[in-house]
Write a protein that binds this ligand. Structure first.
Ligand code: NAP
Length: 430
């Protein structure tokens, strides 16, 4: 048997503790797969006395995670602290500077600094692996980087955030409004006390930026991801979506067009018959479309201690077995700067919901505003009659350039008979 691989785990929270538990429980199986034992030789967290659900007596304890990352006896540093800057970043940079392999679940760090870190890892001749950073237990990084290497990808998209998928699923199933379901999700521990990261789409944007880099061979460009969350999705929209044959999902979409690369995170209406529409609750799913393979769909748990630990373990075994790949599949210097396409130039079909005064001529004014911007309407629903009062009017459009849609909506919002800002959700026909 080969020498054990000595692992240092920085951060023993949800993922860190789950990883240590997995490594202990699956030790024999992993040793066979890796060709050598994987040993947790050092750990660090803030509170030494907290029970981590695993026997850590054989591991050296470090109060200072950065010192752990520099420990000369360690082969791989697993960074599970988090945050795009601060201790997590310092741990990763210190480990790379000391020519140690790094495994991380830190999507914020990889989305903000991934390209530079990949360069540092390559210069040091070590691995930088981050399977756990995107969609938890779903092995999407390896799939894009290795499994689908024979393809040119046209589109990669998915449900990349379990919290928002849980909220949207529960709103639909229970008929309750966003704020109420969010409060319940917080009580159940599915949403953070400060939920902005999830519900405003930031977490999904981090993951999409990483996926786009691996999938399309370009530097990570978080700033180029158009990001919109789910706060404005109402129960009314969910009901109308059902009626029109759609489900509302927060999707991250990266798509290569003749103009460049689109990267966007926003609520979408997807046809109920598509695989992604059936992915409910906290589950994630990622779809990749390749020119030779066609469509590949992966679904699974996108977060949680054990699913995420499963992804960390896969990276550890690759490194232990000597399987080295460039972090983004190709040398960082070869990542091509594909131009991004601004959201105003994206094309989509749209769902628009208006609250209008129920009186003659309103629909004609709305139709005129759409006509003036060359927006072609596909369908319209007006529910109930309440002369002189507010009623919802829903319309869907054919494929339209976003800038034209936005101009039309500004004109519609300016009408006296339109009582609230129009609600707009893009429709994706996968
Ligand atoms: N949770 C998930 O399901 C999930 C899924 C995918 C990816 N991730 C990513 O995995 C990473 C960890 O997430 P998590 O949910 O496990 O976080 P967490 O539960 O908050 O755990 C963070 C850990 O880091 C430790 N820590 C914080 N500051 C430290 C410092 N300066 N030095 C040493 N240790 C420090 C904490 O110590 P104490 O325990 O002593 O406070 C804790 O053990 C993040 O990058 C996250 O985005 C998480």
């Amino acid at each position: 048997m080969n020498e054990p691989l000595k692992i240092a785990v920085a951060g023993l929270g949800t993922v860190g503790a789950g990883t240590v538990q997995l490594l202990q429980r699956q030790a024999d199986h992993l040793t066979l797969r890796a060709g050598r034992p994987l040993v947790v030789a050092a750990v660090s967290a803030r509170d030494k006395n907290r029970d981590r659900g695993a026997d850590l007596s054989a591991a050296r304890w470090y109060d200072d995670a950065v010192a752990l990352a520099a420990d000369p006896d360690i082969d791989i540093v697993v960074e599970l602290i988090g945050g795009s800057d601060g201790a997590g970043r310092q741990v990763v940079e210190t480990a790379l500077a000391h020519k140690k392999h790094v495994v991380t679940a830190n999507k914020a760090l990889m989305a903000e600094h991934g390209t530079a870190l990949a360069e540092e890892a390559e210069a040091a001749g070590v691995s930088l692996a981050f399977e756990a950073a995107v969609a938890g237990g779903i092995p999407i990084i390896k799939t894009l980087r290795e499994g689908l290497v024979g393809n040119r990808l046209g589109r990669v998209y998915g449900i990349l955030n379990g919290t928002t998928n849980y909220i949207l699923t529960t709103m639909r199933e229970s008929g309750r409004e966003f704020a109420e379901v969010l409060a319940e999700a917080q009580k159940l521990g599915y949403a953070e006390a400060d939920p902005g990261f999830d519900i405003d789409g930031v977490d999904a944007a981090h993951k999409l930026a990483i996926l786009a880099s691996v999938g399309f061979g370009r530097p990570v460009d978080l700033a180029g991801v158009y990001t919109e969350g789910i706060r404005h999705v109402s129960r009314l929209d969910i009901d109308f979506a059902e009626e029109l044959g759609y489900r509302i999902k927060l999707l991250g979409i990266a798509r290569l067009t003749d103009e460049g690369l689109e990267q966007r995170v926003h609520p979408c209406m997807v046809p109920r018959a598509t695989p992604i529409a059936a992915v409910e609750g906290v589950y994630n799913a990622v779809v990749a479309e390749g020119d030779f393979v066609g469509r590949v769909v992966l679904e699974g748990r996108g977060a949680g201690a054990f699913p995420t630990a499963s992804a960390v373990a896969a990276d550890l075994v690759d490194i232990a077995a000597g399987r080295r790949v460039f972090p983004f599949g190709i040398p960082a210097a070869e990542l091509r700067d594909i131009p991004g396409v601004a959201i105003e130039r994206h094309q989509s079909a749209y769902y628009i919901r208006l609250m209008v005064v129920d009186q003659p001529g309103v629909i004609a004014d709305v139709a005129a505003a759409l006509r003036d911007e060359d927006v072609s309407m596909e369908s319209m629903i007006q529910r109930g009659r309440a002369p002189g009062e507010a009623v919802p009017v829903v319309l869907t459009t054919h494929l339209t350039v976003e800038a034209a849609m936005r101009r039309a909506l500004s004109a519609i919002e300016a009408l006296d008979t339109v009582l609230e800002p129009p609600r707009m959700i893009r429709i994706e026909d996968f």
